[in-house]
Design a protein around this ligand. Structure first.
Ligand SMILES: NC(=O)c1ccc[n+]([C@@H]2O[C@H](COP(=O)([O-])OP(=O)(O)OC[C@H]3O[C@@H](n4cnc5c(N)ncnc54)[C@H](O)[C@@H]3O)[C@@H](O)[C@H]2O)c1
Length: 280
């Protein structure tokens, strides 16, 4: 094959990054990484359904994005811990968007305590949202994608965490749940490839989001004096090879890449967005 032949067969870059005609569900997208992801999808021409435990936040985010991106964006109530709630969100996507091509399991909660203080309830709280919620989303999305007409670009992306691949003090339950997300992704990628559905996980290190701001505020409250807070913040900054955490949108851009046709040959990968953290 000559270079001219190859060039004639290649899609343009604009085609590869377009999500025109694609129908996307993003969980936990009232704010943070999920919101930035929904925004990039809407900018690329996708119609989007935002599901969030904070239903007012989901509706407000959808209204903002619909206006800003001149796109179809809806918001609805969701609790990923509940099978019924996830089923209802998927049914809403079929009703309002006409189907589901992209499903992002982003809803997550993070909290840590030392092992000896971790109660069964703490463990369940981390597992129910971060791992069971991701399982619920994968199963519902896959069932509907398989049952519907075959379409190009069907993909599920699960948001894991660097805690899945790197030890962190007091984050045992969260780390275990997120490691489960990475394992689940790999197996589902193998299982769903026969249906033309790609499955990927994206693993951020720390990103500046409202959830992280709340975690920092709680740590500040626990700290006994101003010096220990300053030392804690300095240690956090020093742990980043780039000297800073990610912006939420820097993570969203990688999620966008994963769902776009740029990543058409990727499935089962755990894509790190960690500013080099795991190279240490
Ligand atoms: N921000 C980080 O530093 C970071 C790092 C690694 C991984 N992550 C992961 O990225 C994802 C997004 O994190 P973020 O920092 O944007 O969080 P965030 O707390 O800012 O936003 C999370 C959103 O999820 C929603 N949510 C929580 N529980 C839910 C439930 N049961 N059902 C439906 N919605 C629910 C919240 O209402 C909120 O709108 C999470 O899975 C998180 O574990 C974040």
């Amino acid at each position: 094959m000559t270079t001219a032949n190859i060039d004639a067969n290649l899609p343009t870059l604009n085609d590869l990054i377009s999500l025109k005609g694609r129908r996307a569900v993003v969980t936990g997208a009232a704010r943070g990484i999920g919101y930035c992801t929904a925004r990039r999808f809407a900018q690329a021409g996708a119609s989007v359904l935002i599901g969030d435990r904070n239903v007012d936040g989901a509706k407000q985010a959808a209204a903002t994005l619909a206006q800003e991106c001149k796109a179809t964006v809806h918001g609805a109530a969701l609790d990923v811990r509940s099978v019924t709630s996830v089923q209802e969100l998927a049914a809403t996507a079929e009703r309002l968007l006409g189907g589901i091509d992209i499903w992002i399991n982003n809803a997550g909660v993070f909290r840590g305590e030392p092992l000896v203080e971790t109660t069964d309830e703490d463990w369940d709280a981390m597992y129910d949202v971060n791992l069971r919620g991701t399982f619920h989303g994968c199963r519902e999305a896959a069932r509907r994608m398989i049952a519907g007409p075959k379409r190009p670009g069907q993909v599920i992306v699960n948001i894991a965490s660097v805690a899945a691949v790197r030890g962190r003090v007091s984050l045992g339950a969260y780390s275990a749940a997120k490691a489960g997300v990475v394992g689940l992704t790999r197996s589902l990628a193998m299982e769903l490839v026969q249906h033309g559905i790609r499955v990927l996980s994206v693993t951020p290190s720390m990103a500046e989001t409202p959830g992280v701001a709340e975690m920092r505020a709680a740590a500040r409250q626990k700290a006994t004096d101003g010096n220990s807070v300053a030392a804690m913040e300095k240690a956090i900054r020093a742990s980043f090879p780039m000297g800073r955490a990610a912006e939420a949108d820097e993570v969203a851009r990688v999620i966008f890449f994963c769902v776009s046709d740029l990543a058409a040959f990727m499935t089962g990968s755990n894509v790190l967005v960690d500013g080099g953290l795991t190279t240490r």
